[in-house]
Design a protein around this ligand. Structure first.
Ligand SMILES: Nc1ncnc2c1ncn2[C@@H]1O[C@H](COP(=O)(O)OP(=O)(O)OP(=O)(O)O)[C@@H](O)[C@H]1O
Ligand SMILES: [Mg+2]
Length: 250
């Protein structure tokens, strides 16, 4: 069976400055795949290029058998590819319930079906069920992240793309978010997750890609990558340069 998401030879950047160079990745239905790499490696840029937020200058993105490379973001999301971006873009002064409702925007889901969709999405996040009338801005960081994910889940995505869901969360809240993602995977969900906490991500995901300087530096089974040097090298490549620079300045 062919992959649900297939990215081939993708080049993309900002205002003519190239960032991604020949990136190829695949995600099959039902798997959780991690995308790792140091700060500035190009992870978020890759996610943006996949979901149509920036236009690739070369290569292709194929989703569910259809090429979506230069489609607009709203057309891509309607095909079931939902991107939860870095940071939690919630409406702080609106309730949990209305933030979830906003998740349906442009989805074409019938009003009559919305309640059932919300119910299903909140199955993974029971803590939110009792806080439906709370302003999103008053939730804990972990609950805000859960709400951001639930807002994507109400669309019943075929692929959920998450950009650093653990960002800024205390470890106990990271546990909660990752427990929910583990359960999502167990229920057959398909997830592509960018994560700084490599160890966490490699326990959650079945496979992973490691990015370095806009390219895929390593790829493989999560268990294999955990024990290999590839990951360290991708991170240390940058870290070593920084240490070197710092040394020169003293
Ligand atoms: N909107 C933008 N305009 C111009 N350059 C950008 C923009 N966003 C990111 N970049 C640059 O693109 C490169 C890759 O950034 P990107 O955000 O994709 O990295 P990342 O792997 O997601 O890093 P992080 O772990 O810090 O989130 C960096 O050099 C960054 O400075
Ligand atoms: Mg990023």
């Amino acid at each position: 069976m062919s992959a649900l998401l297939s990215v081939e030879g993708l080049d993309a950047g900002y205002g003519g400055v190239p960032i991604l160079r020949g990136v190829s990745i695949e995600v099959s239905a039902g798997e959780t795949v991690a995308l790792l790499g140091s700060n500035g490696a190009g992870k978020s840029t890759l996610l943006r290029a996949i979901s149509g937020l920036i236009r690739p200058s070369a290569g292709t993105v194929t989703f569910a058998g259809e090429e979506i490379t230069r489609r607009a973001p709203h057309q891509i999301v309607r095909r079931g590819l939902v991107h939860v971006p870095e940071g939690r873009r919630l409406f702080a002064r609106q309730t949990v319930a209305s933030n979830l409702e906003l998740g349906f925007f442009g989805s074409g889901v019938a009003r009559a079906d919305e309640a059932a969709r919300v119910e299903a999405a909140l199955d993974l996040f029971p803590a939110l069920k009792t806080r439906m009338e709370t302003y999103a801005g008053l939730l804990s960081g972990g609950q805000q992240q859960m709400l951001a994910i639930a807002q994507g889940l109400v669309r019943d995505p075929r692929l959920l793309i998450l950009d650093e869901p653990s960002l800024g969360l205390a470890p106990v809240l990271v546990d909660e978010v990752f427990a929910a993602l583990t359960e999502l995977g167990r229920r057959g969900g398909t997830v592509l997750i960018v994560e700084q906490l490599a160890d966490r991500a490699l326990r959650l995901a079945r496979r992973a890609y490691v990015m370095s300087q806009g390219q895929i530096a390593a790829a493989g089974d999560a268990d294999t990558l955990r024990g290999s040097n590839a990951l360290e090298e991708a991170y240390l490549g940058v870290g070593a340069e920084l240490a070197h620079d710092a040394g020169e300045r003293t």
